[in-house]
Design a protein around this ligand. Structure first.
Ligand code: ATR
Length: 279
């Protein structure tokens, strides 16, 4: 049996097993199974060893271990060495390699929505494990004009800014592109507002930003990376204000597509059936 895992804490909300097991069945990998596993920090080393020993074939890493796992892998592509954020593990030539498919997943999800970030103003809420991937797309691929960053723990946003400030020149971006704003304080009006925090995973949770300036702004996109629940309070409020909304479902599907391809060599089709599967 080829065993695959998604590890995190909490992990109950993850739809990765449903999706990957659907694809394993569809593409006749009948000896493969994908499970979710709630782990603690102390378990990470062992999980990597299990990949080395072929007890586990592949692993997805989610909240809050995307950065921590970097300390245990053997190697990673340049991009990941830069961001130290890993969401997919695979064994290659006896080495456990840490990849990140979030960045490309996010990029494709914007493209599919005909969203071009070039010269746009963007507010990123949160500076946790997935935020480096989002910043990476906005800076390296899309050339955003201004990126506001707000995190409850300000020091984490500062760390992220410090890190990306060094890279701005390489991508022909202005020195002051990234600006930190205090938690839940107003920034200038933006074109895209992205929630990268875990606030909203539980139904009653709510961010307390004042978005009243966005009333009836039909072209502004509010994007929540959370896909379960389908509509967080962040998105519901945006819909009521008349803004565009998008949840994390397509990003989730694409990051999974890229991981599945890495593990099996098969590019699974993302069609209506698979999109509905997650509802
Ligand atoms: P980590 O940063 O440890 O990898 P994460 O789960 O990937 O953790 O990131 C969680 C993100 O959600 C962080 O931006 C976190 O803010 P802090 O850095 O201040 O912890 C944010 N977050 C989680 N719960 C929150 C809450 N109740 N209010 C505001 N932000 C919250």
């Amino acid at each position: 049996m080829n065993k695959y895992l998604v590890i995190g804490n909490p992990i109950a909300h993850s739809l990765s097993p449903l999706l990957h097991n659907y694809w394993f069945k569809k593409y006749r990998f009948l000896d493969s199974i994908y499970e979710k596993k709630k782990v603690e920090k102390k378990d990470l080393k062992k999980i990597v060893e299990q990949i080395k020993n072929d007890e586990v074939k592949g692993v997805n890493v989610t909240v809050p271990f995307k950065r921590e796992i970097f300390n245990f892998i053997d190697t990673a592509p340049y991009e990941v060495q830069f961001t130290k954020s890993v969401n997919t593990l695979v064994k290659e030539n006896d080495k456990v390699v840490g990849y990140n498919t979030d960045q490309q997943g996010f990029e494709i999800s914007l493209e599919e929505n005909d969203w071009d970030c070039k010269d746009k103003k963007i507010l990123i809420i949160g500076a946790g494990g997935v935020a480096p991937s989002i910043l990476s797309t906005l800076i390296k691929v899309d050339g955003a004009e201004k990126i506001y960053l707000s995190n409850r723990t300000r020091s984490k946003a500062e760390e992220l800014k410090k890190f990306w400030d060094k890279a701005l020149g390489i991508y022909q971006m202005k020195k002051d592109t990234i600006e930190i704003i205090d938690w839940e304080k107003k920034s200038e009006l933006c074109d895209l507002i992205i929630n990268t925090t875990s606030v909203g995973l539980t139904k009653d949770e709510k961010l307390n930003f004042d978005f009243s300036d966005y009333n009836n702004k039909k072209d502004v996109l509010f994007y929540d990376l959370i896909y379960n629940p389908k509509e967080t309070n962040f998105l519901k409020d945006a819909r009521m204000r008349g803004n565009r909304t998008m949840n994390g479902k397509m990003m989730f599907l694409w990051q999974a597509h890229l991981a599945f391809k890495m593990w099996t060599g098969v590019s699974p089709i993302i069609d209506e059936e698979v999109i509905k599967l997650l509802d």
